[in-house]
Ligand binder design. Structure first.
Ligand code: 0GY
Length: 306
């Protein structure tokens, strides 16, 4: 009999009843960073995974999308599924044009498989350097993948910790496609948005063809969801980082929920509050429209109206 693996101890399930945001998302808003987990019975997790999550399937993702007033999703392959993209592809297909995917592939991936992923709605691959999530392949293997996907017009999503940027940025700069950086390069908020580490990150963004996801304040925050100004102005210590990126690179920023929020063991964010973080970092209608609609549409649905 097929038995399902137990969740990683301490794993928090996603927040079942998100609050209604005060901020109203503009029509056509895109959640450009979210995942699906399984469900495990239909899409088993990968043997090499570093965690075993709760189920978070496409139906629940689409319910959250509709509840928050999101129009489209970009579904990023989660590491718990390794290089088996079937749960992500199934979700992208089921969204009927309202989702795109980011895959994980191995260097020996066949061209026919890349073409099938492209036809399903995949528009990029993710290279992950976060040690608690993956044993990152050698850069030579990633270079092979980059060379294979570049002709499709895809981009590469990069996930790394800010402390690792000095070591990685030469490699990143050598990649032949546009780059999309997860969670603002995971800054250490204790070091300040004007500090040398985040300034170095912004210089990297300035010099290359790079998009930045202004995402995951809940992962970066030290003060947490309800600091300083009460519940509807959450994660205030992350605000200066997001605001700096939006002000300096307003035409290359993206936003997403990160639902179902992998690996959070101290608190699980209320997705409604994550929406209410947005007007703190994108402070006027033009910034909000670019972040939530114009930029993700240009990258993931070029030529289509929102
Ligand atoms: C995120 C962040 C994390 C995990 C993954 O694919 C994943 O497992 O991305 C994390 O643990 O920081 O972007 O979802």
């Amino acid at each position: 009999m097929h038995t399902l693996s137990p969740k990683t101890p301490g794993w928090l399930d996603w927040y079942q009843n998100p609050s209604r945001p005060t901020f109203r998302l503009p029509a056509g808003a895109v959640d450009a960073h979210c995942h699906v987990f399984g469900p495990q019975a239909a899409f088993p997790f990968a043997a090499e995974r570093k965690y075993t999550p709760c189920d978070g399937g496409k139906e629940q993702l689409f319910a959250l999308r509709d509840q928050l007033g999101i129009a489209r999703n970009v579904i990023v392959q989660a590491t718990c599924h390794g290089a088996d993209n079937s749960a992500m592809v199934d979700a992208v297909r089921a969204a009927g044009g309202r989702a795109r995917g980011i895959a994980t592939v191995r260097p020996d991936v066949a061209e026919s498989e890349l073409l099938a992923l492209d036809a399903a709605g995949v528009r990029g691959v993710r290279f992950n350097f976060v040690r608690r999530l993956v044993d990152a392949p050698p850069t030579a293997a990633l270079t092979t993948i980059a060379r294979k996907i570049a002709p499709l017009g895809w981009h590469i999503v990069l996930y790394f910790e800010s402390a690792d940027l000095p070591e990685l940025e030469g490699f990143f700069g050598s990649l032949p496609t546009p780059l999309v950086i997860d969670h603002m390069g995971r800054p250490d908020v204790a070091k300040g948005a004007d500090g040398p580490e985040f300034s170095r990150f912004l210089r990297f963004v300035d010099r290359h063809d790079v998009w930045v996801k202004v995402t995951c304040p809940e992962r970066l925050s030290i003060t947490g969801p309800a600091a300083l100004h009460g519940e509807r102005h959450p994660y205030t210590d992350v605000v200066p980082f997001g605001r700096r990126v939006v002000e300096e690179f307003g035409d290359r920023v993206l936003w997403g929920t990160d639902w179902p929020h992998p690996n959070l063991t101290d608190h699980m964010p209320d997705d409604g509050l994550l929406v209410d973080h947005l007007p703190q970092v994108a402070v006027d209608e033009e910034q909000q429209r670019r972040l939530l609609v114009d930029n993700p549409m240009r990258l993931y649905w070029p030529g289509e109206d929102a």
